[in-house]
Design a binder for this molecule. Structure first.
Ligand SMILES: [Zn+2]
Length: 334
């Protein structure tokens, strides 16, 4: 999704940065909660800063620079995101290995490109790195060198969901900006404008992160199929379930399983479900055949899986094994 407007909860931050256009720090670290639009903010801010005819500081979306930006070949804008680790797999398995790391080669190529175009030019150049925690030790160190001696007229924007996973020496070279999480009613209003049904329930489910809500809302049919499968308990079909989870991304997939398990747990004690009230009946039915020790085991596995969610293991295998454990939680009645 390409956005042409800043999110309402970013408005005052945008204004305060645009005002400093001519004296921006050479590196910004935009950190904050996932699903609150940090990348969209950085991307649109870059476009606005590079635009030839900004309107009140905002990109015009019509000048040549804006069009280059949209087409992804603005010469003064470099976007660094994780590389595909495995590329030549058959199409059905394409999503098995999601992009996870920013390689040292990517940073070396970036430095080379910056050096090549550094002819005392006065025009602004922007490097957007997203997400910055995808830098591994080698690429982070390569980046550190250039942050220590930043080239002229260049602004680095590092977008980061988990700032504690960033090399402290990198963080200390940047001006940190804590990105705002929208107030509840601001987020709700925005979701309503995107025609999200049941915005309150969805916002609660995603812990106040409206963009995660939108992502999932767009694949709602998919998540309904998923909950239908989870509701089958021991009869769940692993092979139709795994692609549905992979589609959500590994981190989100684990979160979905955790929330489902949490509600299963509540159902065990006949407490109202927290996230899946619409699947209340299915959860109560499932709760009757739960083996407590195995449910606790499954929860532990989910916590472990969360910690390795971005690890370049085969996500398919990891999910298959998680779902197998899930199925085993339910004891067949005699
Ligand atoms: Zn423009």
């Amino acid at each position: 999704m390409i956005i042409n407007n800043f999110y309402p909860w970013h408005e005052s931050l945008r204004q305060s940065i645009i005002i400093q256009k001519n004296r921006l720090p050479h590196a910004l670290l935009l950190h904050g909660r996932i699903g609150t639009g940090k990348f969209d903010f950085a991307n649109l801010l870059s476009k606005s800063l590079l635009c030839d005819q900004p309107v009140q500081g905002l990109a015009c979306h019509t000048c040549a620079k804006c069009l280059w930006f949209e087409e992804g070949h603005h010469p003064d804008f470099k976007l660094i995101t994780p590389e595909e680790l495995v590329q030549n797999e058959e199409s059905s398995k394409k999503k098995t290995n999601k992009k996870t790391q920013i390689s040292v080669d990517q940073i070396r190529q970036l430095i080379q490109a910056l050096n090549l175009t550094n002819h005392g030019t006065h025009s602004l150049r922007i490097v957007l790195i997203h997400p910055a925690e995808a830098l591994n030790l080698a690429s982070a160190n390569a980046l550190l060198k250039i942050l220590e001696e930043p080239p002229n007229n260049t602004v680095f924007m590092l977008v980061c969901h988990q700032v504690q996973r960033l090399l402290p020496t990198i963080a200390s070279r940047c001006q940190a900006i804590a990105m705002p999480v929208p107030e509840k009613d601001v987020a709700l209003n925005w979701l309503k404008m995107q025609h999200v049904s049941e915005p309150e329930v969805m916002l609660e489910y995603f812990g106040g992160a409206p963009l995660n809500v939108l992502d999932v809302h767009e694949s709602m049919r998919l998540s309904q199929d998923l909950f239908k499968q989870l509701g089958l308990g021991a009869q769940l079909d692993i092979f139709s379930c795994v692609p549905l989870l992979i589609e959500c991304g590994m981190e989100q997939a684990v979160l979905i399983l955790q929330k489902w398990t949490y509600d299963l747990w509540l159902s065990l004690y006949s407490i109202q479900q927290h996230y899946h009230y619409r699947h209340g009946r299915a959860l109560q039915g499932l709760a009757k055949s739960v083996n407590l020790a195995l449910l606790m085991d499954f929860q532990r596995q989910l916590i472990e899986a969360k910690q390795t969610a971005n690890h370049p293991l085969s996500q398919e295998l990891q999910l298959e094994s998680l779902l197998l454990s899930y199925k085993k939680v339910f004891v067949r009645s005699h």
